[in-house]
Design a protein around this ligand. Sequence first.
Ligand code: GDP
Length: 441
Amino acid sequence: MLEGLSENLTNTMKKLSGMSIIDKKTLKEITKEIQKALIQSDVNVKVVLNLTKEIQRRALDEELPKGLSPKEHVMRIVYEELVYLIGEKPEPLDINKKPYKIMMLGLQGSGKTTTTAKLAKNLKKRGLTTAIVCTDTWRPAAYEQLKQLSEPLDVPVYGDPKNSDAVDLAQKGLEHFGSKYDVIIVDTAGRHKEEADLLDEMKQLSTVVNPDEVILVIDGTIGQQARNQAKAFKQTTTIGSIIVSKLDGSAKGGGALSAVAEINAPIKFIGTGERVDDFEAFDPERFISRLLGMGDIETLIERATEVTADKTDKEMVESIVSGKFTLKDMENQLNMMQKMGPLQQVMKLIPGVGNQLPKSATKETEEKLDKYKILMKSMTNYELENPDVIKKSRVNRISRGAGLTNEDVKDLLKYYNLTKKALKGGMGKRNMSGPMGKLLR
Ligand code: GDP
């Protein structure tokens, strides 16, 4: 997520942690790099200048807190100011009545339809029942798209492609579902002949639906323009919260997040990919920790728990986190990670690991996963628990049993050793008493 920005900021933090002294000159060097990284991510220049000025001021003026070295102090300030830039505290979606009516706004192409399904799935995971009303009369395919996305989730969709009256559709949809569901999401159109017509329709819909929360979906790839877009929608109705979509790989994501933070409506979720599962609750502190290369163990464990409530999986994640790691763990880990999402994204959550693995490495790994799994099936439990015993004759037996080559077995062992080393290194850093460790406590 936000690859360029994350890489630049992580490098800056590394540079900072390697500095022997912190003075005006080194501070300037660091803030210059932060400026460059943020401006490249389309954060507004004025906002960037204010932010770095504040970092410098605090670093020079504030008394050094007990137990922190000067550079740890600066790291903490950078971290805090970046968190502040995108919103401070997480604001969860609070479903406090039944049915809780949510109205979704957003321009066509912003990812609104996909996000509606993602939200329904998220609510389902929380044990809430959800129904969707489609009022998009401008894009007949929207109803079909919603139905397709929602069917596997067991979420009913109300719509009628023949009806061209959005307000009527909303009314009928709400009546249809009554108070049977915990949440009703009303999806709206994102396009009209004239922008004014679209905004007018949103106004009318908002009167009829009387939503408990209006959520605006903003495309993260548009950068700081997000601010004007949000402002335009804000003229029609009170925006309760925002979801920023497409933050995966968006070069301008930083700009979108910081621009939206100025709107005075919290970002509650972010979209991180095209799949219905690529969606997470937004927590500025965790987000910045990850962006600065400090990892995000909480999200990792949460995701593992979401994938299955099975305790063994959670224990497995904890075993990875603690650094104890056998081939058996790796087999479980590979199975679980495939369930959790693309490897590249999952690895990113692990402190000290994600940003060190080149993209090609994780892609290649994904392609090899199936091969590895076949090989591990050909191993005994003893071998899985004690990979060090796998020498020549065992290699021959395993490769024959799997119908693969000795090279494949060696390749698997090499991958295992690399992963083990990377995980140990990463976790070691997390537990260290060094700067990043302290920041996270
Ligand atoms: P709508 O017109 O606003 O309803 O947008 P759609 O939901 O149809 O999405 C437009 C395109 O954006 C589709 O190709 C989606 O797959 C894609 N999309 C939506 N959310 C995300 C996201 O978080 N990441 C990525 N990479 N693509 C997304």
